[in-house]
Design a protein around this ligand. Structure first.
Ligand code: GUE
Length: 296
């Protein structure tokens, strides 16, 4: 591991998601310019007016544009029907100028996300969250990988966190993060030995302390303390809880950074990487759909 990486006060390598996201945006921008700036378009769909969702969607569009892509945004009021939402998504599915479709989740109460997501073909499913994309991930078929767990993998690669032969513990079993994260860590070529821990795990501290790589994705504010962390371990915080003081992760950063060998800040860690990976998936979608050459 090179030693030019920024470190925390306690000496842990800072897994800087803002920086890697910026690198990804710049790389995509260069690649697309080199290809004569083809149309690569990410469409976002927001149902209802939830404020944080609106902010996230806007960030995704802004970064897409910085990367030289087009973005399209469809906003649907909470008073619309399930059929209206499905019709709007179907229109994007049918539009050859749209390559990636992201339906911001969760949908407001009263909407069923399943039939909406089921409309999105695997090529355009840049979130990787549909039944077919998840099935392809398990089956080892080409397709889009969910952005947050993919971002965790990219951070480890970028900062030289070794995975082969290591023990990884994922805390949290969500469809969005925990479950795909297990698959990615255990994949051939990554080769970690993976344990899934969750709210019913009785000996949480002991299980976590076995981890060379600890991915905290339970959504429990600051549940991972220094006691949970093996000295030198890589700790990646995927939790987002809201408090009066702002957003809080699953990891007690101040305490854990003194023990860990590498750690994500929060904010500035896995969140920005989610967006970076969304943009990479959108470029891959454009390639799958023939909008840019296969080899580029
Ligand atoms: N279909 C769908 N796909 C998603 O990928 C998806 C979603 N729905 N619904 C909501 C969650 C949330 N999400 C985040 C993206 C970026 C940051 C991010 O960049 N956060 C910054 C700052 C955030 C802040 O300060 O509030 C950071 O961590 O540094 C966070 C959260 C994607 N989501």
């Amino acid at each position: 591991m090179t030693d030019s990486f920024e470190r925390t006060a306690g000496g842990a390598i800072l897994l800087d998601g803002n920086r890697l996201r910026d690198e990804i945006v710049a790389q995509i921008r260069d690649d697309l310019e080199g290809l004569g700036s083809p149309n690569v378009c990410l469409a976002t769909v927001l149902v209802g007016g939830d404020k944080p969702s609106r902010i996230y969607v806007r960030m995704k569009q802004r970064k897409a544009e910085e990367a030289g892509m087009r973005s399209r945004h469809v906003e649907i009021p909470e008073t619309a029907s399930q059929a209206d939402v499905e019709a709007a998504v179907q229109e994007l599915v049918d539009d050859p100028d749209v390559h990636g479709i992201l339906v911001q989740l969760p949908l407001p109460d009263g909407f069923d996300p399943e039939p909406v997501l089921a409309l999105i073909p695997p090529e355009k499913d840049v979130d990787g969250l549909t039944e077919r994309s998840m099935g392809r991930l398990i089956r080892g078929l080409p397709g889009h990988v969910p952005c947050t767990p993919l971002g965790v993998m990219r951070l480890m690669e970028r900062y030289g966190v070794e995975t082969a032969g290591k023990r990884a513990v994922v805390v949290g079993r969500s469809t969005l993060v925990g479950l795909p994260q297990l698959l990615l860590l255990g994949r051939k070529g990554v080769d970690a030995t993976v344990t899934l821990a969750h709210s019913r795990t009785p000996d949480m501290i002991e299980v976590c302390r076995e981890a060379d790589i600890l991915v905290a994705a339970a959504g429990q504010a600051r549940m991972i303390t220094a006691d949970h962390v093996k000295p030198g371990a890589a700790v990646l915080d995927v939790g987002v809880s809201r408090s009066e003081a702002g957003i809080v992760g699953d990891v007690d950063f101040d305490a854990v950074q003194a023990v860990a060998g590498a750690i994500t800040p929060m904010p500035g860690g896995t969140g920005p990487m989610t967006i970076g990976c969304l943009l990479e998936n959108t470029v891959a979608a454009a390639r799958m759909l023939g909008a840019i050459p296969a080899s580029a």
